[in-house]
Design a protein around this ligand. Structure first.
Ligand SMILES: [Zn+2]
Length: 168
């Protein structure tokens, strides 16, 4: 398993690259900012977006916030996740290519393959003449490379295949 775009449950130091549990960091945030969440919630000062971003308009609330730093080097911490405009770390891309090279086929489950970070593995598998199976509701950028395209939800399709395919 390769978490190509990273993990939201971890935090990485941008300076020394150490990773920390986001759950542990939540405790550090609470220690540095006692009562912050209650103040923000009580005043309706934070608006949460579906992608877990938060909009904070209150300048006093923002300026009162104490940011946690890397306990090892004092560096800047961020969620260990690849955001738009960032690149997937090279070693992670190389591990993914190696997995595709060792595989008999590539199955894409639930992705529109809109960004190149995933599409490149479909193109690579197709170039190596490996079967590519895409399970997705709606068109994907890899449809022209797919050996089989299943227009279905991932859970439904995988449950069906698990029930219908003979045990290997
Ligand atoms: Zn650090």
């Amino acid at each position: 398993m390769v978490d190509l775009h990273g993990r939201y449950d971890q935090v990485v130091c941008l300076d020394c690259r150490r990773t920390y549990s986001r759950r542990l960091l939540a405790g550090v945030f609470e220690e540095l900012n006692p009562g912050f969440l209650e103040r923000a919630a009580d005043g309706g000062l934070v608006e949460m977006a579906p992608d877990a971003d938060a909009t904070v308009e209150d300048q006093a609330l923002i300026s009162s916030f104490v940011v946690a730093i890397c306990p090892a080097c004092g560096g800047t911490l961020k969620p260990d996740f690849v955001y738009f405009g960032e690149n997937v770390p090279k070693d992670r891309v190389e591990r993914s290519y190696a997995m595709v090279d060792q595989a008999a086929a590539l199955v894409v489950a639930g992705s529109s393959l809109t960004v190149m970070s995933g599409l490149r593995f479909v193109r690579h598998a197709a170039k190596e003449s490996k079967p590519v199976v895409i399970i997705n509701r709606g068109a994907t950028r890899g449809d022209d490379k797919a050996t089989i395209k299943l227009e279905a939800g991932v859970s439904q399709a995988l449950d069906y295949l698990a029930a219908e395919l003979p045990a290997l």
